[in-house]
Structure formats: structure tokens, C-alpha cells
Ligand binder design. Structure first.
Ligand SMILES: [Zn+2]
Length: 465
């Protein structure tokens, strides 16, 4: 089966060029100014943007949290991803206490196909929640299994590592040619602030941001980067939310450290006033770190534009409204996390590229090319090139839609962006050569495969365009 996409504005991380693309089977066969060869299917992309399939390297599908489980499992979550232009997800396989990394990986492999086949390609990072000599020895086994990057937490009792353990993890990963992402928040002070809120009788959602201030995120970022400097290791700060944390990253880079920075749409579009909504409505915005200020949003957009931020991923971790009720009497029991897997690309294109905040090339870098390089997928994914997987997203800059969770593929019954009017949205998506989304509607499910990843091949660079 051959498909020819003609006259599209083909986007890479460094430019936009009018080109034809010929797909043969699952791969891109040819890219040229004008391709005369015949094809079984010809698509005219005149006036539209043609992007490499977008990658979401921060998702939590089928995750059990605080006595409940995310509303999207792997089958619905990867279908929602694909519908929204994301052709590959990287979730967090997790080694819980008492488990080996291999057991954690086997659990996630089983979970990924338990509810039916995936609809987007997928992989896992491995979250390390317990560190000792035998876990250290397993790091190389994970890399051999195609799990080439890791995740650690500085908060959450079930997950967090101490500073000495973080140092040892970073040293080992540097030696292995890998790196880890890290959830940065100061666990001890947050616990004390939570106790203060509770003692004062503040049990509603507004106590959530009050107990997780930006200073305690920035402190943890600073500490992580000091440890990474000592270990001489690159490291990724995931879900960066605010100016103070960004300043820590900038300072470490200015001193010569290799640091990667991720942010998420919720920190670009939502702010902490959401927690003040009447009744229990603020609960639907609970995530950690919490939403910050409008000023932080502007600082983050600028950091995306100038390349300070390397990736924009979702931290998709969704719950139905009724599930949030677990925390009606106690804000710390509200299951935390926000949906985003189906909305990210449309939001960033419409509100970022469409409103002139960032260029199409920048959108390509932070959602496709950079994650592909960081997570060992390049040039198979993250770029439109001859020989690459034919994961292709066509965005029509004139196409409009209203965000509504009711119309969507996701199993989540709410979205914080409900009712938003977007212009410039996903029209077609190819997953390895198969047209899976047409006219914005998912028409083909179940084609997703596990992808073994190589080691990272990325160097942080900044620029203005
Ligand atoms: Zn997360």
C-alpha cells in the first residue's frame, strides 16, 4: 500500500518546507519537491501542516492511585492519544517496594495489553522506588530490554528516594549512557505544610496549592541539580511549573550542567485560582505540583519559545469526577492528576502556533523531535525522513473545534479545557502508514506496538526563531 501526501508544509525542528511525501507500507519511502510516482491513495495537503507523529513521554495509563485507578486504561488511553495526534506514548513502568525492576517491567507489559491492543505505539520508562546493589545490576538489563530511561521521585512515601540514593542512581545511569527524569518537590516541608493546613481546619481543594508552594519545588530542583553535578550526570526535571524552578535549571546550565526540562499544558493554560472555585469544584484541578500563577504561564511560554524548555508532555493521569469524591473530607485523598493526552497537540497548535507564541518548528521540537532524541527513538520517530516510520499528523490551520469530553475517545468524563474554542487542529493521523484518524475522527484502533528504545542521543540547545 502506497500513500502520497502532496503539497503539504512539511515541518521539522529546523524549518517548514513544501514537499511531497511517499509512504510505502509502514515507512516513508521518499520526500521530494514533487513526486510523480503513482500511489494507491493520494492526499492533498495544500495549505496544511504535515508534522511527524507526536510523542507523549509522560503518561500514567491504568495507574492505581490512592484506592482507585485512572479512568483511562491502556486501550482507551492510547486510542485517545492517537485521536489527538500522538502516535507514541512512553508511560512509567514502576518497581514498587519489594519488587525487582524486571517484575515491575513485566507488570507494565501485562497491563498495556490487558484491556485489548494499544492504538498508539508505546514504551515505558522504569520508575525506581527502591535502590540497592541488585537493582543497580538490573539497570543494564532494562536497557537491553529497550527501556532506556528512568524516573525517580523526591516526594511520595511509596516512591521517593533519599538524596544519597539519588546520587547513586544518577552515577549508575551516567555510566550506562542513560538518564532519569525526576519529580522535584520537597517532601518533608510539604508534609509539615499539609499538617498545618489540616490543623487550621482547611480540608478543601484550596489547601492543596497552599501546601505545595513553588519554593518547595524550586528547592528540590536545586538539590537534584546539585546532586547531579556531584554525580556528573545529565538529568531531566519533569513537569516544571514555575519561574523559580526554571531559574534553578537556567543557573545550572549556565554553570555547564546538562539539564533537560519538561513542562505540561496544564501549567500553560490553567492557574491556581481554579482551586478557589465554589464547593468542591476545585478538586478537578488537583495535580502535583499544583497549578501556579498567570505570570508563571507567561514565563513558561517564553521558555518554550527560546528552547529553555525541551519538551511539552502531558502527565496524563485522569480521573472521573466521582472519583475525586474520595477527597471530599480531606484534600490529600483527592486522586491527583489531570487528563491531557487527547488535547495536548490541538491546544499547543491552536493557542501556541495559531496565536503566534511559538513557531511550527518549535511545536515540532518540543512534542516530537526532542522527545524522540531524548528517549532513543530518533530517527525512527520524531522526524519526517526517508526510512522513518510513517507516523504523520496533518494539521489544518483553519480547522475549528470546541473541546468537549463528551465527544471524545478518552474514557475520562471531564476536561479542564471544556468549551474552549480551538482553531488549527488535527485532521489526519497516520500510524506507521495506516490512516488512523480522518477528518479528526479515530477510524482505526488496535495497531499500537511496543517499541524497544535505544539510548538517548540528545544535547540541550537554545535559540530564538
Ligand atoms: Zn507524572
Amino acid at each position: 500500500m502506497r500513500t502520497l501526501i502532496r503539497n503539504g508544509n512539511v515541518v521539522s525542528g529546523s524549518g517548514v518546507e513544501r514537499k511531497d511525501i511517499l509512504i510505502d507500507g509502514e515507512r516513508i519511502l521518499k520526500i521530494a519537491d514533487a513526486i510523480g510516482e503513482g500511489a494507491d491513495q493520494v492526499i492533498d495537503a495544500d495549505g496544511k501542516y504535515v508534522f511527524p507523529g507526536f510523542i507523549d513521554a509522560h503518561t500514567h495509563l491504568g495507574l492505581h492511585v490512592g484506592g482507585t485507578v485512572t479512568s483511562d486504561n491502556w486501550a482507551t488511553g492510547t486510542a485517545a492519544a492517537l485521536a489527538g495526534g500522538t502516535t507514541m506514548v512512553i508511560d512509567f513502568g514502576t518497581q514498587y517496594h519489594g519488587e525487582t525492576l524486571k517484575e515491575g517491567l513485566a507488570n507494565w507489559h501485562a497491563m498495556a495489553t490487558a484491556d485489548g491492543p494499544c492504538s498508539a505505539d508505546y514504551s515505558f520508562h522504569m520508575s525506581i522506588s527502591e535502590w540497592n546493589d541488585s537493582v543497580r545490576d538490573e539497570v543494564d538489563d532494562m536497557i537491553a530490554e529497550g527501556i532506556s530511561t528512568f524516573k525517580i521521585y523526591m516526594t511520595y512515601p511509596a516512591m521517593m528516594l533519599g538524596d544519597g540514593e539519588i546520587y547513586e542512581v544518577l552515577k549508575k545511569l551516567k555510566e550506562a549512557g542513560s538518564f532519569t527524569g525526576c519529580h522535584c518537590e520537597n517532601a518533608g516541608v510539604i508534609d509539615a505544610l499539609i499538617a498545618e493546613q489540616k490543623a487550621a481546619g482547611n480540608l478543601g481543594p484550596a489547601a492543596h496549592p497552599a501546601s505545595r508552594p513553588p519554593e518547595m519545588e524550586a528547592e528540590a530542583v536545586h538539590r537534584l541539580l546539585a546532586i547531579a553535578k556531584e554525580a556528573d550526570s545529565p538529568v531531566m526535571v519533569v513537569h516544571t511549573t514555575n519561574e523559580l524552578a526554571l531559574n534553578e535549571i537556567k543557573a545550572a546550565r549556565a554553570a555547564g550542567q546538562e539539564v533537560y526540562c519538561e513542562t505540561c499544558p496544564q501549567y500553560l493554560f490553567l492557574d491556581k485560582s481554579m482551586y478557589e472555585k465554589p464547593g468542591f469544584e476545585g478538586a478537578r484541578y488537583v495535580c502535583a505540583p499544583p497549578l501556579r500563577t498567570k505570570h508563571d504561564q507567561e514565563v513558561l511560554w517564553e521558555a518554550i519559545r527560546t528552547g529553555v524548555v525541551d519538551t511539552v508532555m502531558t502527565d496524563h493521569c485522569d480521573f472521573n469526577l466521582a472519583q475525586r469524591d474520595l477527597g471530599r473530607e480531606d484534600f490529600t485523598k483527592i486522586p491527583g492528576g489531570l487528563p491531557g493526552i487527547e488535547t495536548r497537540v490541538n491546544l499547543i497548535f491552536s493557542e501556541g502556533v495559531g496565536k503566534g507564541r511559538i513557531s511550527p518548528e518549535c511545536a515540532c521540537r518540543v512534542m516530537a523531535e526532542n522527545p524522540a532524541r531524548l528517549y532513543g527513538l530518533y530517527p525512527r520517530k520524531g522526524v519526517l525522513a526517508e526510512g522513518s516510520d510513517a507516523d504523520i499528523v496533518i494539521i489544518d490551520p483553519e480547522r475549528e473545534m470546541t473541546v468537549s469530553s463528551a465527544d471524545w475517545v478518552t474514557n475520562c468524563d471531564n476536561t479542564p479545557y471544556e468549551g474552549m474554542r480551538l482553531k488549527g487542529t488535527v485532521e489526519k493521523v497516520f500510524l506507521r502508514g495506516t490512516l488512523a484518524v480522518d477528518d479528526g475522527r479515530l477510524i482505526h484502533r488496535g495497531l499500537g506496538r511496543f517499541v524497544r528504545r535505544a539510548l538517548p542521543d540528545y544535547k540541550h540547545t537554545e535559540f530564538e526563531d
